[in-house]
Design a protein around this ligand. Structure first.
Ligand code: SF4
Ligand code: ZN
Ligand code: ZN
Length: 320
């Protein structure tokens, strides 16, 4: 079958859009689609300072390439953030890959090495605290993302969440009937004073399979292997697989869910919009101390939020 727009052979079929495209037109299709998402939800404006979190996986590497490309259309500053979790060879390869690709794009990068910040890797912390590595990792990454965006005075932190991720999280919150939790699944989450950074998800309307194809056609360098702690049997991963199966039988059903979700967002109960300030580090918290300060206090006998922010500040100074 031929490409819809030229005489070349079609290489990708996009069932929900009833389109068959050649490689070149597919690349254009994705770039336009992401730019449209950015404009539709007003995610980035000229003059913004965007910090993009890049793990080295296909989604974040694709996001980085696209955000770098889109700067030709919208004029904004772009900074890269990579967290070295210290998970053996996996972290070493991810860091090398992200560093070299960022250099190739000519962008500034902030690398936060957990071993340097806390003296321990994720695996070591999990063992010491007798907790699953992913729950520790989630708390630490969330904190470091937010703290870096705040210290950099970034307009927003961009993450590589794709359409399948969002649909999965919506269903997960729905199963748990955590209807206020659904609010954070919008493409744009506002900042709060100087304690919560704004977050954007430019791949919000892009299917994971489209990202995979785009990365392959663009020959983007990304980590093929997953983190050794990744488990396909978690609720998130099982749900995501099921959503993919439903999408195969009913093309377009996932994007339909996302669009209706955004349209109906006001019908869900609003979460409280005020936060407390952590007594130690001054960033957002639900109580006296934030989760990061509590976790590091358990680990080291001293809450590390303030020191971590100072360390990030010093790295940012070196950038300039
Ligand atoms: Fe962290 Fe778990 Fe993801 Fe590995 S799989 S990066 S430990 S959250
Ligand atoms: Zn074509
Ligand atoms: Zn704190």
């Amino acid at each position: 079958m031929k490409c819809k727009y030229c005489s070349r052979r079609g290489e990708v079929t996009i069932p929900y859009a009833r389109l068959t495209l050649c490689k070149e037109h597919f690349i254009e299709f994705i770039q336009r689609k992401v730019l449209r998402t950015i404009k539709r939800y007003n995610l980035i404006k000229p003059g913004d300072k965007i910090l993009v979190a890049v793990s080295g996986g296909k989604d974040s590497i694709t996001l980085l390439q696209l955000l770098s490309e889109i700067r030709k259309t919208i004029n904004y500053d772009l900074y890269v953030l990579h967290i070295d979790l210290g998970i053996g060879e996996y972290s070493k390869s991810s860091r090398t890959l992200v560093e070299s690709y960022t250099k190739q794009l000519g962008l500034p990068i902030i690398i936060l090495e957990l071993k340097k910040i806390l003296g321990y890797t994720i695996s070591e912390i999990a063992k010491k605290l007798k907790r699953p590595p992913c729950s520790i990792c989630g708390i630490i990454k969330r904190y470091l993302f937010n703290a870096t965006a705040i210290e950099l005075k970034a307009t927003a932190l961009a993450t590589g969440h794709n359409l399948d991720d969002i649909a999965t999280f919506i269903l997960k919150e729905f199963f748990a009937q955590n209807l206020t939790g659904i609010w954070k699944l919008q493409p744009y989450n506002e900042s709060y004073k100087d304690i919560v950074a704004a977050r954007i998800k430019p791949l919000y309307e892009t299917y994971e399979e489209e990202i995979r194809k785009y990365a392959e056609f663009m020959k983007l360098p990304y980590m093929q292997e997953k983190c050794p702690y990744y488990k396909p049997t978690t609720l998130d991963n099982v749900l995501k697989q099921k959503i993919k199966e439903v999408e195969e039988g009913f093309p377009g059903i996932t994007i339909g869910l996302i669009r209706r979700f955004i349209k109906n967002i006001d019908k869900y109960p609003r979460p409280k919009t005020s936060f407390l300030k952590c007594r130690i580090c001054g960033l957002a918290s639900s109580g006296e101390k934030c989760s990061y300060c509590k976790l590091t206090e358990k680990l080291l006998g001293e809450p590390m939020g303030y020191k971590t922010r100072e360390y990030i500040k010093s790295l940012i100074k070196e950038l300039k």
